[in-house]
Design a protein around this ligand. Structure first.
Ligand code: SF4
Ligand code: SF4
Length: 246
C-alpha cells in the first residue's frame, strides 16, 4: 500500500464527512506528499472543531478578518514566500542550494549599490538554467527565510529600495499582489479558517511559497491555496469548523 493510501485510509476511517474532499485532493496532480498530508491534517482538525495555532493572535485575527493580506508574504521566521520571484516547481534541495550560493555571492561581491550589476552578472554566469530574478535568496543567518535582497525592509539596505536592479523593476515588484492573496482577501471567514489550518502545518519556506506561487500551477496562474480552497468549497458535505478565536 502506498504512503498516501495508508494516510487516507487512516484519516477517512470513521470520517465519512471528509471523504469527498479527500477524493478531490487525490486528483490534484500538482500536490506533493507534504502538501496532501498538511491539507488532510488541517481537514481533520477542522472536522473536530479544534483550533490549533502557533501563530501570533494578531496574525490570526488579521488572516480571518483583514481586508489587506499582503503581509502574508512573510509572517514569521519559518513562513516566508518567494513564490512570485522564482519557479517553485523545482525541488527544495535545488532551490535551497541556489539560495545559499546567492547569499554567499551577495555577501562577497556587494559592498555598495554599484556592485549589484556585477552580482547579477555573476549569478547569470554561475546558473546555467537561470531565467528568474537573481536577487531572490535566503535572507537570514539560518537559511530559513527567503526573500528579496533588494527590498527596502532588508536590514542591509537601510530603507533604500534597490529593486530596479531586479528583473522586473521596483514599480512592478512593489505593486504586485499574487492571485492567491487576492482570492483570500475576497474569501469568507470560514475559508480563511481552513487556510489558517493549512498555514499551521506549512512551516517551511518551500511549502509556504508553494501555497502562493503562480509558478506551481503556471497554466492557470493560481497558487495551491486557491485550488485547495476551491476543492473545499465545492464539497457540499464539508464539516463546518467550530471555534474561531476567543
Ligand atoms: S507569491 Fe504572493 S505571498 Fe508570495 S511573495 Fe509573491 S505576492 Fe507575496
Ligand atoms: S527584485 Fe523583484 S523579482 Fe527580484 S527578488 Fe526582489 S521582489 Fe523578487
Amino acid at each position: 500500500m502506498k504512503w498516501n493510501d495508508k494516510i487516507l485510509l487512516r484519516l477517512s476511517s470513521g470520517k465519512n464527512e471528509i471523504d469527498e474532499v479527500i477524493e478531490k485532493l487525490r486528483r490534484i496532480a500538482v500536490l506533493d506528499k507534504t502538501e496532501i498530508c498538511n491539507c488532510l491534517r488541517s481537514l481533520v482538525k477542522s472536522s473536530s472543531g479544534a483550533l490549533c495555532c502557533t501563530l501570533d493572535a494578531s496574525v490570526v485575527r488579521k488572516i480571518l478578518f483583514g481586508k489587506k493580506l499582503r503581509f502574508l508574504c512573510k509572517i514569521d521566521s519559518k513562513r516566508s514566500c518567494a513564490g512570485c520571484c522564482d519557479n517553485f516547481t523545482k525541488s527544495p534541495n535545488d532551490l535551497g542550494e541556489k539560495y545559499r550560493s546567492r547569499k554567499e555571492a551577495f555577501r562577497d561581491l556587494v559592498r555598495r549599490p554599484e556592485d549589484l550589476s556585477a552580482y547579477g552578472k555573476h549569478v547569470r554566469e554561475a546558473e546555467q538554467s537561470y531565467t528568474q530574478c537573481p536577487f531572490v535568496s535566503f535572507i537570514d543567518e539560518d537559511n530559513c527565510s527567503v526573500g528579496c535582497l533588494l527590498h527596502p525592509l532588508s536590514r542591509i539596505n537601510r530603507g533604500n529600495d534597490y529593486r530596479n536592479y531586479g528583473k522586473y523593476g521596483a514599480p512592478l515588484c512593489s505593486a504586485y499582489v499574487c492571485s492567491a492573496i487576492k482570492t483570500l482577501e475576497r474569501a469568507p471567514a470560514e475559508s480563511r479558517l481552513v487556510f489558517l489550518y493549512l498555514m499551521e502545518y506549512t512551516d517551511d519556506w518551500y511549502h509556504y511559497s508553494r501555497l502562493f506561487s503562480p509558478s506551481v500551477t503556471h497554466s492557470c496562474h493560481r497558487g495551491l491555496v486557491e485550488i485547495l480552497l476551491s476543492a473545499w468549497n465545492k464539497c457540499s458535505t464539508r464539516p463546518v469548523p467550530g471555534t474561531i478565536i476567543s
